[in-house]
Design a protein around this ligand. Sequence first.
Ligand SMILES: [Zn+2]
Length: 495
Amino acid sequence: MRILIAQCTQEISSFNPLESEYADFSITHGEQLLEQRGLNSHLGGALTVFEPRNDVELLWTISARAPSTGPLSSKGWAQLREEILGSILPHVGKVDAIYFALHGAMGAVDEPDPEGSLLEAIRQAFGDLPIIISLDLHGILTDKMLRQIDGVTIYQTYPHVDFADTGARAARLLLDIVDRKLKPVIARVTVPLLARGDECITKTGWYGDVLREGQLMERKGQVLAAGVMIGNPFTDAPELCTQAIVVAESDADFAQQAATHLANRMWAGRQRLVGKLIDVEPAVELAKGMPGTVLFTDAADATSSGASGDSNVLIKALRDGGYKGRVLAQIIDAPAAAAAHQAGVGKTISVTLGGTVDAARFSPMPVNAMVESLSRGRAKIETMGMWMDGGLTAVLTYDNFTIVVLSKPAFLMDRAFYYANGLDPVDFDLVVVKSPHTEFHMYDLWVTKNFNVDAPGSTSANVASLGHTLCARPIYPIEPDTNFVPKPVLYRRAG
Ligand SMILES: [Zn+2]
């Protein structure tokens, strides 16, 4: 059995003015993909299932992965699409099945559904063979994608820790389909809901309880796979929504009932699945009197969700509000990082921080800062063990502030870039994290209080503030009186 393996992952924010480009993608070919062996990644997990099988031969094609920013430029998408299809299509007629690891929240300037476009081209070329995909629960699984695939596995954790597990489940599903010559049915129920907030945390929140119902269906052998995707609220696309997806061997009625049940459960929790935010000024005032370390969660500028990372709103508010504790924060500001590298360690520089990318939301803040340290800006993300590149990086200090200044929007959803620059959050009174959530042990376990601050930004949990133009309306909570009537749609591939 020959299985073709490919990967293409990116998550964008349509509200980030900085377009992403072909050059943002790390692209590897052929057996280079094996470098993911042992990693907590889709392909790392799939390998643990495929490799022990003596009757399976793996055909490695291409992996294209990019950090999250704004939509992919028209030119960038054309080049990426050509390269991906150029790597996959020559194998038509030579493979028995395809595993394509995706994210699901890509978006190009002139293509709202890049994953659907790739899958459609692959299906047209390869004809009737099993195609399995794996997705982030923040992906947008579209009608076009569903028409091309035989099965899908979806993350079951948020904050995400099950990258490899999702890949392993996809690999098992693929082998099951090939071994038993299955023609699965997929039921989909879309829910007009953009979910945010703490109830999305799967260990403790409403969303996790719904996902566990899907896992129970899998364990009981009632379905091949069941999941709920909440979509990335910042990827404005026509089919952006929450959706329940059930893959079953053949029982279409059960699949539709199961998907309807999961969708209804999400809808029942909609009032809890809204981000609870505190305004910036009261958060600063409250932080002043608190012992221990206080966390400011800046979900609106989450680079891992596609934001620009150049928001200075919180460090400005802390300064203007007279906060005197030791503050640790991060910001993307390439000119400031370059100026620090030019000046050198120990020098004082006059620069501005912030507002270099999303100038409509943030205005540059002048500071006289000491260059504490300089680095290339590489850090190993704590969960995935994957290296991220923040570009030229500097640690700047002024007054009571210590700021890690990166040049590129690397993921900031853990402590990696603090540690990599010799800084430990426990040594500070207030830490800013540009991510909606972190794994519990990273901060919530030990901080005095975690404030989810309502700052502006292209990935704000205040979703009504973003200005969606493409996603189907009405949608909750942008339109609070939205109605929901479940309408299951069944996908059964001909052939
Ligand atoms: Zn995600």
